[in-house]
Design a protein around this ligand. Sequence first.
Ligand SMILES: Nc1ncnc2c1ncn2[C@@H]1O[C@H](COP(=O)(O)OP(=O)(O)OP(=O)(O)O)[C@@H](O)[C@H]1O
Ligand SMILES: [Mg+2]
Length: 259
Amino acid sequence: MIRLQSIGVTFEIAGNAVEVLHDISLDLQDARLTVVIGESGCGKTTLLNVIAGFVTPSSGTVTIDGRRITGPGADRGVVFQDDALLPWQSVLENVAFGLRLSGLPKVEREARAHEYLALTGLDKYADFPIWKISGGMRQRVGLARALAVDPRFLLLDEPLGALDALTRERMQEHLLRIWKASGKGLFMITHSVEEALFLATDLVLLRARPGRVETIRQLDFSERFAAGESARSIKSDRYFVKLREEILYDLLIHEEQSA
Ligand SMILES: Nc1ncnc2c1ncn2[C@@H]1O[C@H](COP(=O)(O)OP(=O)(O)OP(=O)(O)O)[C@@H](O)[C@H]1O
Ligand SMILES: [Mg+2]
């Protein structure tokens, strides 16, 4: 389990000390899917960077199984908001790249890469250079690359943000299947309230200035999908629609107030 206790982050912005995150406590459990939503600039990526070990909090502690997190580690795979792929290399090479540090021989790295490309529906594009595939496909390459390393926790910053609406819905279902099959703990940021509700077992709503936890809701829509209910049936469920409207309204109100 990853545990955040009273995390605070203060950045120096234009000569001023600005508190970006304030007193955040959160548990990320194995096999749970924690989703964070909140208005732009409220500190979501900063929170992910703290968990990934890229940003050292100004106060509080982050631990994984009781051990202090002091930097990045292979136990936490990250998919960034803007993909960081190697454009001149092939899709396959990009996915296999993450495995170079694993010590696996090339043949096995490529076999593993193929496996995860198949999982993300990209196997036909294995030999394409990155610059020849669409933005949505690039996001899937980023996802495949992080998954191939088989980290215990996967940290995803708007992994489906560049996808068109239909592909996005399919990828949400795909992500749930991968999550269920892998038993990994997922931590994901999204701007889509519907996506957050559909995917999250734990939905964290952040408020801005300073970024802080407003509510954490336990949800079971993703479990219902895993148990066989269709995505369409879940997303049109009355309770789902009610929650979606409530949260959207809440985000809009607060965004207007702070604008
Ligand atoms: N390394 C840094 N140094 C200084 N300020 C930073 C740094 N990283 C982020 N910030 C500031 O912290 C605030 C929160 O940024 P963050 O990227 O975490 O927001 P976000 O919720 O992910 O936004 P978005 O939804 O637009 O991606 C912003 O005001 C940003 O400018
Ligand atoms: Mg962000």
